[in-house]
Design a protein around this ligand. Structure first.
Ligand SMILES: Cc1cc2nc3c(=O)[nH]c(=O)nc-3n(C[C@H](O)[C@H](O)[C@H](O)COP(=O)(O)O)c2cc1C
Length: 180
């Protein structure tokens, strides 16, 4: 029989992507807590290869929303955090580190009753445009931004993206003895 998760764990596992938001602004203190969660993320050799560009401007959010096939929610969220990553430093670790920072910020939003969703800028030329719009210059580059706001129900109640997760039985293998 499955044991129910402790509340702290179900708080983590209950976070779903939110792409629709009410008009209610994100309070300065809520936003600061989200940014603090990003700031305190661990990174390889403590390089902290990230910068957080907080985009309040509706005009800039609308431009960013056009730089990814699925980035439309950036236009309707009250605030967006673009993730500048120092791509020259730390190689692939930098992207892993930035992903950790993003997840920490999204969880900090979730824990405060806010919703969030990442958006990817692609192809490469769009990541370059997004970086310029965010005032980032090489080696800093934004491939991803996160919408944050008070969640609203999706207008049609459904999403084209499949939900749910693969079962642990499909995801996990265990090694108890050396393999020869
Ligand atoms: C690296 C990354 C990029 C993503 N890019 C987008 C995106 O461009 N647009 C979008 O709507 N969602 C984006 N997402 C959100 C995923 O679609 C979402 O995490 C996934 O569908 C699981 O959602 P759920 O937790 O609500 O089931 C991205 C997620 C990640 C981790």
């Amino acid at each position: 029989m499955d044991v129910p998760p402790p509340p702290a764990v179900s708080t983590l596992t209950s976070m779903r992507a939110k792409r629709w938001f009410t008009d209610r602004p994100v309070a300065d203190e809520e936003l600061r807590q989200v940014l603090e969660a990003g700031r305190w993320t661990g990174s390889a050799r403590n390089r902290q290869p990230w910068r957080f560009v907080v985009v309040h401007s509706r005009a800039v959010r609308q431009q960013l929303a056009g730089l990814g096939a699925y980035a439309g929610h950036l236009a309707t969220a009250p605030v967006v955090i673009a993730l500048g990553v120092e791509e020259d430093a730390g190689g692939e670790d930098a992207q892993f580190d930035a992903g950790r920072a993003a997840q920490n910020m999204m969880l900090a939003a979730h824990l405060q009753g806010l919703g969030s969703c990442p958006a990817s800028f692609f192809p490469e030329a769009n990541a370059d445009r997004a970086s310029r719009l965010c005032g980032l210059t090489p080696p800093w580059r934004a491939r991803t931004a996160i919408s944050i706001g008070h969640p609203a129900p999706p207008p049609d109640g459904t999403s084209a993206i499949p939900t749910g997760r693969l079962p642990l039985a499909q995801l996990v293998t265990e090694i108890s003895e050396p393999r020869h």
